[in-house]
Design a protein. Structure first.
Length: 257
């Protein structure tokens, strides 16, 4: 009887040790796994190049830092990148990392650089957004042919808070008013996403983020274009009036003779 109890105790200890080892292995490799996922799945969702310098996830602290996330531009645009994120800070539920739905308490994107190229109706941001919406409508990115048939479905997400602060937009505007300028966007925030039991997919989350970024950028660019149009009209009116004055002065001189 004692031997049986001893064997059971040894078995329990062995299971616990294996679980601890498994968690340690996941923790040590999680950064690389997530980075690979971003640079692999990202282009499938956006249809443009996606790169990432580094990501560090602290499972025990429930925090993560993303550095150097870059989203490229569609073909046909001069600028290399559409969006560049130097730093994003993430707070998440540590225990949810191994669950089917990862619960993210907050995402704070700090001072991203956005490049707007094109016109108000046809531009690089809208093209990327259309790409993502197309993938979302198709049910997500296509599964890799190398993936096993019994592969688990992609994890769902819950994002309680998403904030972008200090975003700058480098505008290369074409159309009625052609101009290059830099704008600062007001802070951007999204409502909680994926709070239900089913969560939200990475594709749908990307679409939601790009939608608000594109909308707010278009508002800022449209306002700037309107101001440029007014300035151009004022300048043209002033030039016309000056020319009229010169003509009147010249005519007055001729008539005086």
């Amino acid at each position: 009887m004692k031997k049986i109890k001893k064997l059971i105790l040894i078995s329990i200890i062995a299971v616990v040790v294996l679980l601890i080892v498994a968690v340690m292995v996941v923790a040590l490799n999680l950064d690389g796994i997530v980075k690979k996922g971003v640079v692999t799945v990202g282009p499938q969702i956006t249809k443009v190049g996606v790169d990432l310098d580094s990501i560090h996830i602290g499972i025990l602290s429930g925090s993560a830092k993303v550095k150097g996330l870059v989203i490229g531009n569609p073909d046909g645009y001069k600028s290399t990148n559409a969006i560049s994120v130097g730093l994003a800070e993430v707070s998440l539920s540590p225990k949810s990392v191994l669950a089917d739905k990862i619960v993210i308490y907050s995402i704070h994107v700090v001072s991203p650089e956005i490049t707007f190229e094109g016109g108000l109706t046809d531009n690089n941001l809208k093209q990327i957004l259309n790409n993502v919406n197309g993938v979302a409508a198709a049910g997500g990115p296509p599964k890799s042919s190398a993936a096993p048939a019994d592969a688990k479905p992609a994890k769902k997400l819950e994002v309680d808070e998403f904030i972008i602060t200090g975003a700058k937009v480098h505008v290369n505007l074409t159309g009625l008013v052609s101009k290059q300028l830099t704008l600062t966007l007001p802070d951007i925030s999204l409502p909680a996403l994926g709070t239900g039991p089913d969560g939200i997919t990475a594709t749908d989350l990307t679409a939601a983020i790009l939608q608000v970024v594109t909308t707010d950028t278009l508002k800022a660019v449209a306002a700037a274009a309107a101001d440029l149009g007014k300035d151009a009209t004022k300048a043209a009116t002033k030039a016309v009036n000056e020319n009229v004055d010169k003509i009147k002065t010249g005519l007055g001189g001729l008539l005086g003779k």
